[in-house]
Design a binder for this molecule. Structure first.
Ligand code: ADP
Ligand code: MG
Length: 650
């Protein structure tokens, strides 16, 4: 039903509703209150909240203040007392108030007077009134919206929870739940809320599972000689940690099975995900398919390229980034399509429309939260459905994994390679820069290297550049005599960046000043200290990622944040090195907006359910939705149709 078809709604109101995102009848009745005010007569106690009935003893007087504000005063007779009442910005009510008018006054009693926050013309008496409070906009208040909703509710309500599930959970029918949530007679709303939450989650999971089924889960069935994999692992300069080994075998099992792999490899920065991905690429190669490893930055792609060539010198590995010359790109495109390239490492360029793979069997995305869902899905291929492995250092709570991918398998690397020490983390004020320089000097004396992250300036590239250059000059002044200071920033060309980076790697540069272009993945084990100016400008997870650039061997490493602001937030990093806790804290501070770098789009916005708090309900809904799709679809065509209509995820 359209808003225009609802009796009593004029165009002006409809416009207001549209502003709240209410576009039809269903939106309107599922526009739930976010809280309730419970109003009940109180005693009048100094300094306390007061709710009291009375009769006006005087005509109100209104004085007008600055900025269109006003103040109204009157005397209220409550039968046994006479109170002075003031209320701000309700001057427009003056005409409705005369001597003898009965009202309820809600406010606070202080210094022999009531400062009211609201006036009601319906007396409270001995009743307990529950007022639903909605998110509203100027031009409409909660009680007006509530009236509109109550008037609109009719029998035309579709319950998306099938009868047998309503029975299973003892849920009430949807109509009575909708009525009750907008007009409760008491605050026992748990059952009602659960039903409405469940309905949302059930529909959501139905949609996820529907999409998953539709995409088809059959993957490549492969034959791989496990001994060759073991031989390769034995050539590595270290033994795999137990978690790395477990992850390798989980991936191996996925790859040889006919099920399509959809796996997340999760592990804190420095936990050693890269080598696991190389082994996966090798297994894929052994079974005769091409592999692709996609990295979020040029530098990281290049680093992987160099490393994998070292690990697997007999394979034909190519590097494909946006910075290549057209002729170079064309050559790689051709070889990818013909199949002479075994493994390609690259950036977004890997998923450009021009790239056609001969037989891509495995796609790995590193630090994958930086790629959008649609990008990950746009790999063009000849005939085969590649297996997919995502790697992430940002621990993704299972909740999001489940909701975004219906069902993604997860391998976790929980412990870092042996001998790693905790990275000692300090938070320093701008005025403590001398301490910082002293600590830097200690590291330089030990022949270690240091990253300095320059203040992040959002206003303009030009200012940013000036800033890092200034910082470099200062560092030159302090350390120029004892070591070499290098500079890395976004304005450098790819080859210039590579040049600086490789000089740092080769220890020709000892202090590297950088904007955050080094943010992800770079591996320089001799770097034992990172100093971050204006740390408050970064999210906690981003800082934790940065911190992961140091502490990459058994040397004691240090992470120093400099900031005069937001000490409380930054303290989280001083207190814990646990990436999971940090991302939880970040999540709480920032809200649930950003998952996998994909903004929560329409399909993930819930009206009443909450992925975090209603996780158990979500799991139930997930199970039920699978069973529904397998066994009950035909009895409930109307539900399935709705799910098909919701098919707009990518
Ligand atoms: P991340 O998980 O952040 O991608 P990397 O894969 O870059 O971590 O690994 C960090 C460092 O640890 C690298 O220098 C890598 O060679 C080294 N490394 C990985 N696995 C092991 C291991 N089992 N034992 C010792 N060092 C390892
Ligand atoms: Mg990595």
């Amino acid at each position: 039903m359209q808003l225009e078809d609802i009796k009593g709604l004029g165009p002006k109101t409809i416009n207001l509703l549209r502003r709240l995102g209410i576009n039809d009848y269903n939106d309107l009745i599922t526009y739930y209150p976010y809280r309730y005010d419970v109003i009940k007569k109180t005693d009048v106690v100094n300094g306390e909240k007061v709710v009291i009935d009375g009769v006006l003893e005087s005509l109100p007087t209104v004085t007008y203040l600055r900025n269109h504000k006003d103040k109204m005063s009157f005397k209220l007779n409550t039968g046994d007392h006479l109170f002075n009442v003031v209320i701000f910005n309700r001057g427009f009510l003056k005409s409705k108030l005369s001597v003898g008018t009965s009202i309820t006054v809600i406010g606070k009693y202080e210094k022999n007077m009531i400062v009211a926050s609201d006036i009601k013309f319906k007396l409270i008496g001995d009743e307990t009134r529950i007022e639903p409070i909605y998110h509203v906009t100027t031009g409409i208040n909660s009680s007006q919206l509530n009236n509109i909703i109550i008037n609109a509710i009719n029998d035309d309500i579709i319950d998306y929870v099938p009868d047998y599930l309503n029975k299973k959970y003892d849920f009430k029918d949807k109509l009575s739940c909708i009525k009750k949530i907008h007009k409760p007679s008491n605050m026992n709303l748990e059952d009602v809320k659960n039903k409405l939450k469940y309905e949302e989650l059930f529909l959501f999971m139905l949609k996820m599972n529907y999409l998953k089924n539709k995409r088809g889960e059959r993957g490549l069935e492969r034959k791989v000689d496990i001994n060759k994999v073991k031989d390769f692992i034995n050539t590595l300069p270290f033994t795999l940690t137990p978690d790395q080994e477990k992850s390798v075998y989980e991936i191996y099992d996925d790859l040889i099975s006919d099920k399509r792999m959809n796996r997340l490899l999760q592990g804190d920065v420095g936990s050693g995900k890269t080598i696991v991905s190389f082994i996966a690429l090798y297994i894929n190669y052994l079974s005769g398919y091409q592999g692709a490893l996609m990295a979020p930055t040029e530098i990281l792609a290049y680093q992987h390229y160099v490393n994998i060539k070292k690990s697997l010198p007999d394979l034909n590995v190519a590097l494909l980034t946006g910075k290549l010359k057209v002729s170079e790109k064309k050559k790689i495109y051709k070889e990818l399509e013909e199949g002479s390239i075994d493994i390609v490492i690259g950036t977004h360029a890997l998923i450009s429309d021009d790239v056609v793979y001969h037989n891509l069997g495995l796609v790995i995305t590193d630090e994958q939260h930086r790629f959008g869902v649609s990008q990950r899905n746009s790999l063009r291929n000849k005939g085969v459905m590649p297996d997919v492995l995502y790697m992430s250092a940002t621990p993704i709570p299972r909740t999001y994994a489940i909701t975004l991918f219906g069902d993604m398998d997860i391998s976790s690397i929980k412990t870092k390679p042996n001998g790693r020490k905790e990275i000692i983390t300090y938070l320093k004020k701008d005025s403590e820069i001398k301490d910082v320089l002293t600590m830097m000097y200690e590291q330089i004396k030990l022949k270690h290297q240091i990253y300095v992250i320059a203040p992040l300036i959002e206003e303009s590239d030009k200012i940013e550049l000036e800033n890092v250059i200034k910082l470099k000059d200062k560092m030159e002044l302090a350390f120029g005599k004892v070591c070499k200071v290098g500079l890395m920033h976004g304005k450098l060309s790819a080859s210039e960046k590579d040049e600086v980076m490789s000089r740092f790697k080769n220890n020709e540069i000892q202090i590297l000043i950088s904007t955050t272009v080094i943010e992800v993945g770079v591996d320089v084990p001799n770097a034992t200290m990172m100093v971050v100016f204006d740390s408050y400008r970064f999210g906690l997870s981003a800082l934790h990622q940065l911190r992961g650039r140091v502490g990459r061997n058994d040397l004691q490493s240090y992470f120093i944040m400099i900031s005069d602001q937001e000490a409380k937030r930054l303290k989280v990093l001083v207190d814990t090195g646990d990436g999971f806790k940090i991302s939880e804290a970040d999540f709480k501070l920032r809200g649930s907006g950003d998952i996998f770098g994909v903004r929560q789009s329409g399909d993930m916005q819930f009206r009443i359910a909450d992925l975090k708090n209603d996780f158990d309900l979500l799991l139930q809904a997930k199970e039920d939705s699978l069973d529904f799709l397998n066994n009950h679809v035909n009895e409930y065509k109307y539900i399935y149709k709705t799910v098909e209509k919701l098919d707009n995820l990518d």
